[in-house]
Structure formats: structure tokens, C-alpha cells
Design a protein around this ligand. Structure first.
Ligand SMILES: NC(=O)C1=CN([C@@H]2O[C@H](COP(=O)(O)OP(=O)(O)OC[C@H]3O[C@@H](n4cnc5c(N)ncnc54)[C@H](O)[C@@H]3O)[C@@H](O)[C@H]2O)C=CC1
Ligand SMILES: O=C(O)[C@@H]1CCC=N1
Length: 255
């Protein structure tokens, strides 16, 4: 996720010479240097010293130790942005020098191609100017929306994890094509292009998904038969349960 944000920030006009990426392996360092022309280091403390904006992109379980490592080197004027799921802004504020503004962000992986959506929410000390700086950081990764911090775990359950649900559907649809005798290659292309076309149609027409679904569903026809089977299988209820499970897991990871 950190790399996707890096790629987006550079495409939004951030100078590569202003960025230091921290890594744990030399292989990764070399790849980032060659791909993005940014400086790299395995020294987190050196990387944050003097930085105006610090992006935390480690797993939730690693955030506490990372903050303990870098807290004393953080410039009091710096903005700390975190994409880690779960932990509330207060978790960071307790571990960072007093007054350091924290902004939480929930991006998603289509950020890597500039087609993401990121929700951002301020911690206690973050100002509007801090939020604008973070909006600029994510602007090259796609859309940016502001949200209340209390809603971020729900956002994560919908758009943060959402690409995985869509890839799951794509895989299931392609597998269904194979079941019906199509080659794997053709089935995959049909599934992927159908998801892409349907997404673009929703976006470009601005029509509600229910209306668009009705336009596909001829009375007494094939789609109605398929949709009844999905309803019988509890697919809609499963989406509701899945999003609730993701939100609950984010709450749990946040402690
Ligand atoms: N993958 C996704 O779609 C999304 C992920 N997130 C959040 O982004 C964060 C990262 O997730 P992923 O990118 O999926 O995980 P990842 O495991 O691919 O990335 C974490 C990176 O942090 C590095 N790392 C770990 N400890 C480090 C340390 N002490 N210093 C420097 N680097 C260190 C690891 O080497 C790894 O490259 C998580 O907190 C997750 O909750 C948020 C929204 C979406
Ligand atoms: O699976 C996860 O924990 C992360 C957070 C949202 C998407 N991926």
C-alpha cells in the first residue's frame, strides 16, 4: 500500500528528491530507487528526522513499535499520516510528541493505477491545512473524501477491502465460465471486461445500480433466473455479513 501511495504522490507532482522511503531489504531498496528515483534507507529514525510529512504504512501489529522507534526524531511541525487499519488517531497521539498532528487515511489498492479512493479523517490536533496536505498526497492515487474518524473502520470494510471482494467475484464468474465449457482464458477475459464495463457504466451514467440491474433483467429471462439463484444462495446477506466482519476485525486490530 505504501508503494501505491508513493507512486500516486509522485504523479501528483511531489518531487522524488523530496521523498525518503524506508525499507527492510536491499532488494526492495534497489527496486524503489530504480522505479521511482527516490532515496531509500533502512533507518526509520534518519528518514523521519526533518521530514514535513511522515507516512506510516506498516501492519497494525507493527505500528506501536515503529512509533516508539521514531517518536523522538519527529519534527513537532510534521504531519503524521497513517494507512494502518484499526488504530485510532489517539493511539498515535499518545506515542508521539505532544501536538504532532495525526491524519488517518483509508486508501485501496487501485491507488496503484490512480483509480483508488481514499477516505481521510483528522486526529485531535490536525488542522484544515494538514488535511489539505494529505489530500494532495493522495490526489494522484484517485479520489479523496473526508470522513469522520468514527466511520473509518466501516470505510475500510467497504472500499479498503472492497477490491478483494470484486476480485473474488471476478474469479467466481470466470470459474463459472469454465464450468460451462469456456476456456480459462476466454472466461477470465469475459469476467474482467464485464466488471470493468459495468463499473464504467455505473460511473458514467450516474444511474442507480438497481436501475442498471433492471435494464439487464428481461422479464421471464435468463438474468432473472440467475439473480433468483444468487438470492437463494444468500449472496446479498453474505455481503452484509462480510462487511460487518471486516469492520469488526478493524475494531479488534485497533484494540
Ligand atoms: N493492502 C490494502 O489494500 C490496504 C492496506 N492498508 C493498511 O496498509 C498497511 C500495510 O498493508 P500492506 O501494504 O497490505 O502490507 P505489506 O506487508 O505489504 O506492507 C508493509 C510493509 O512494511 C514493511 N515494514 C514492516 N515493518 C517495518 C519497519 N519497522 N520499518 C520499515 N518498514 C517496515 C514491510 O517490509 C512491508 O513492505 C496495513 O497497516 C494495512 O492495514 C490500508 C488500506 C488498504
Ligand atoms: O486486509 C486488511 O487488513 C487491509 C485493510 C483494508 C484492506 N486491507
Amino acid at each position: 500500500m505504501g508503494e501505491a501511495v508513493l507512486a500516486g504522490a509522485l504523479s501528483a507532482g511531489w518531487a522524488a528528491s523530496d521523498v525518503v522511503a524506508t525499507v527492510r531489504t536491499e532488494a526492495k531498496a534497489q527496486r524503489l530507487r530504480e522505479t521511482y528515483r527516490v532515496a531509500t534507507t533502512s533507518d526509520n529514525v534518519a528518514a523521519v528526522r526533518g521530514a514535513g510529512l511522515v507516512l506510516v504504512g506498516v501492519k497494525p501489529k507493527d505500528v506501536g513499535a515503529l512509533l516508539d522507534e521514531i517518536a523522538s526524531a519527529i519534527d513537532p511541525q510534521a504531519v503524521v499520516v497513517t494507512v494502518a487499519a484499526g488504530h485510532p488517531a489517539a493511539f498515535y497521539e499518545q506515542r508521539l510528541p505532544a501536538g504532532v498532528p495525526v491524519v488517518r487515511a483509508v486508501p485501496n489498492t487501485p491507488a496503484a493505477i490512480g483509480a483508488g479512493i481514499t477516505a481521510i479523517a483528522p486526529g485531535r490536533g490536525a488542522t484544515d491545512a494538514d488535511l489539505e496536505a494529505v489530500e494532495h498526497l493522495f490526489s494522484g492515487t484517485g479520489a479523496v473524501v473526508r470522513a469522520a474518524e468514527k466511520d473509518l473502520n466501516a470505510v475500510s470494510a467497504i472500499s479498503g477491502s472492497g477490491p478483494a471482494y470484486i476480485f473474488y467475484v471476478a474469479d467466481a464468474l470466470a470459474e463459472a465460465g469454465v464450468l460451462l465449457g469456456l476456456t480459462r482464458d476466454v472466461a477470465r477475459r469475459l469476467a474482467v471486461q464485464t466488471l470493468l464495463g459495468a463499473s464504467r457504466l455505473m460511473d458514467e451514467s450516474g444511474e442507480h445500480p438497481v436501475l442498471l440491474r433492471e435494464k439487464v433483467t428481461s422479464p421471464g429471462g435468463t438474468t432473472a433466473a440467475a439473480l433468483r439463484t444468487l438470492d437463494d444462495g444468500g449472496v446479498r446477506a453474505s455481503f452484509l455479513a462480510a462487511a460487518t466482519a471486516a469492520r469488526d476485525r478493524a475494531d479488534e486490530l485497533g484494540g
